[in-house]
Design a protein around this ligand. Structure first.
Ligand SMILES: Cc1cc2nc3c(=O)[nH]c(=O)nc-3n(C[C@H](O)[C@H](O)[C@H](O)COP(=O)(O)OP(=O)(O)OC[C@H]3O[C@@H](n4cnc5c(N)ncnc54)[C@H](O)[C@@H]3O)c2cc1C
Length: 578
């Protein structure tokens, strides 16, 4: 590697984990390069909801505490959990949040109930978001940040924040004005329209990544797009750099003090899915950006002796597919997490049986699909069955409510492939090959539950999380409405994902360890590149980006501490890990 260019730290991957690693390392005085394989930066994180779960975040006065955080986590988490890593996450999370505030990132609380409201210590104030950000502040980088998932924009154009998302998706009070304001703001912005179709108002994941990258670029961090990690370079028993490729040109980059692998999960690698997952599913069921995260950092780490953990599952989310407009042979993935729990619908496996509280958190829904598939072999995919009342009010993946997309506007080639319709449940059951008697029995049960307001099988709509996605006009239970208004419809539900939960095994300092538990010198990992501190659990909204950023922060602090010449960050916060 002699003659190669050198940086103190090389970060692989430009998502939330990579961005926070880079920001913290630069703040601590280290020279940093981020290499990003894609043609756009920001990863899944920029396309996400941008919610960050940090228990006891201390951003505003609250009676949450370390003890209460562990009360919840201890009641929830099962399986092989590394206690020191979990403690590092809970203990260092508030420090990372303070650091974000200190560098000027506008981070604010967002009222999401923890995903398991029945567990001890569950609360509704542990999720954080960033306020909207003017993307033009990124200068020439503005059009190069990865765009948001189409469902997170109105008509795939106008960006919306979380409150606007709720107002629009439930057509809550004032939603028409909200929409008109968006349209007006966008079209009055002639300067931006001359550059790009993109809305300069960055919201959700784009707001988070915009705010972080503004500070990353201000601190002189270099970012190279279309630059893919090929392998790690080991010299003298230490990771000394990376070999990357750019349009086929391979070259080496030296990392004086550390390489932080933050190249996401392996959800787009079918071979790794088949090898690791209990129920592999298909790469195209994933809702992370197509073909970006193929586990290349994981493979590179394993080649230099790294151990792995928690690779058996994804961060699950039900997805539905529709043909992509104006593109042959492509399907568009639609997350259906909030559709499947709406009233006037039921999710059934291919035997016509329910298997879950449909309004539960999306990861729990996916886990239930996996468990039911292992038990019955008749799930993945399963079906969302609904009636004309649901159809009128709610989305089913890419199928918009009739107000926007009446049946007459559904493309003719979608019928009986992506969406099925029949005048009776018998006829619908025949079309989707589900036993009619069982389907009718399941629907009859749901209609009884809609009357009583109680779902004795799975408790649908019985807790604050479920109710958030119900319909307040439906009584007595906002998640249970009769399924009795013909015609009836069905759309297939795939066990999709937001990324993968497992990866390189790391310790509490975010150092990658080998099979003997020993750190591999100079090698760190964060985000979906590493095993989640929660194992196969998703405790609350933001529980993937939260650890991604906290362990990126920890990794950078550990590297800076090892260099021995850093004692204070420029913001005056005590040096992490020192
Ligand atoms: C629509 C959607 C909404 C979501 N909302 C939320 C939310 O609100 N809160 C939450 O916690 N989670 C959310 N998630 C999940 C979350 O976005 C991801 O788990 C998280 O962003 C992963 O962060 P990361 O930094 O590990 O990886 P990523 O953000 O995926 O970044 C990894 C980067 O590494 C790059 N890369 C891959 N291989 C290489 C290579 N060989 N060389 C160089 N670069 C490489 C990729 O191109 C990518 O840019 C959402 C996911 C989706 C799809």
């Amino acid at each position: 590697m002699s003659g190669s260019e050198a940086f103190d730290v090389v970060v692989v991957g430009s998502g939330a984990a990579g961005a926070m690693s880079a920001l913290r390392a630069a703040e601590l005085g280290l020279s940093v390069l981020i290499v990003e394989k894609a043609h756009k930066f920001g990863g899944t994180s920029a396309a996400s909801g941008g919610v960050i779960w940090v228990p006891n975040h201390q951003l505003v006065p609250s009676d949450d505490s370390r003890e209460k955080a562990f009360e919840y986590l201890d009641d929830l988490l099962t399986g092989d959990i590394n206690r020191s890593r979990l403690e590092a996450y809970v203990d260092r999370g508030p420090e990372m949040v303070r650091f974000m505030k200190d560098v000027g990132i506008d981070i604010i609380p967002s009222a999401w109930p923890d995903y398991y409201t029945d567990k001890k210590g569950a609360r509704a104030d542990r999720s954080l978001i960033c306020s909207t950000f003017d993307g033009r502040e990124l200068g020439d980088w503005f059009p190069l940040m990865r765009e948001q998932y189409s469902r997170f924009k109105v008509l795939n154009r106008y960006s919306m924040d979380v409150m606007e998302f709720f107002a629009m998706s439930t057509r809550g009070p004032g939603w028409i004005n909200t929409f008109l304001n968006m349209v007006q703001r966008y079209w009055l912005d002639g300067g931006t329209r001359a550059i790009s179709k993109r809305d300069r108002r960055f919201t959700q994941g784009a707001a988070l990544m915009g705010q972080v990258y503004k500070r990353v670029f201000d601190r002189g961090v270099a970012l190279r797009l279309e630059t893919k990690l090929e392998e790690l370079i080991v010299e003298g028993g230490k990771v000394a750099g990376v070999t990357v490729s750019n349009f086929g040109r391979r070259y080496d980059i030296k990392a004086n003090h550390g390489v932080i692998l933050a190249a996401g999960g392996f959800e787009w690698n079918q071979e790794l899915r088949d090898r690791f997952f209990q129920v592999p599913g298909l790469t195209r069921h994933s809702s992370s950006p197509e073909d970006a995260n193929r586990g290349e950092g994981l493979i590179a780490g394993m080649k230099v002796g790294a151990a792995t953990e928690h690779t058996e599952a994804g961060w699950w989310i039900p997805t539905m597919h529709t043909p992509m407009p104006n593109a042959s042979n492509f399907e568009e993935i639609h997350q259906a997490a909030f559709d499947v729990g709406r009233p006037h619908s039921v999710a059934v496996n291919r035997l016509g049986l329910r298997f879950v509280d449909e309004a539960t958190g999306y990861d729990a829904f996916g886990k239930a699909m996996v468990e039911d598939q292992l038990k019955t072999g008749a799930n993945t995919p399963c079906w969302l069955v609904f009636d004309a009342t649901f159809r009128k009010k709610f989305t089913a993946g890419g199928v918009m409510p009739t107000l926007i997309m009446p049946d007459s506007k559904i493309p003719v080639d979608w019928w009986d492939h992506y969406i099925f319709r029949a005048d009776t449940l018998d006829a619908l059951a025949a079309k989707i090959h589900v036993p009619a008697e069982q389907l009718k029995k399941t629907v009859a049960n749901m209609n009884t539950y809609a009357q009583t307001g109680v779902d004795p099988e799975f408790g649908r709509g019985s807790n604050p999380y479920d109710q958030m996605f119900g319909d307040a006009n439906v009584k007595p239970n906002p998640c249970l409405g009769p399924i009795d208004n013909a015609p009836y419809y069905a759309v297939a539900i795939n066990c999709g994902d937001l990324g993968t939960k497992g990866g390189l095994k790391c310790d509490e300092h975010a150092r990658v360890v080998d099979e003997a538990g020993q750190p591999i010198p100079n090698l760190y990992a964060a985000g979906n590149q590493s095993g989640a501190p929660f194992g196969n659990w998703y405790p609350g909204a933001g529980a993937t980006i939260g650890p991604a950023m906290v362990f990126g922060f920890i990794a950078a602090g550990d590297i800076a501490a090892r260099t021995g010449n850093q004692t204070k960050s420029k913001t005056g916060a005590a040096l992490a890990g020192a």
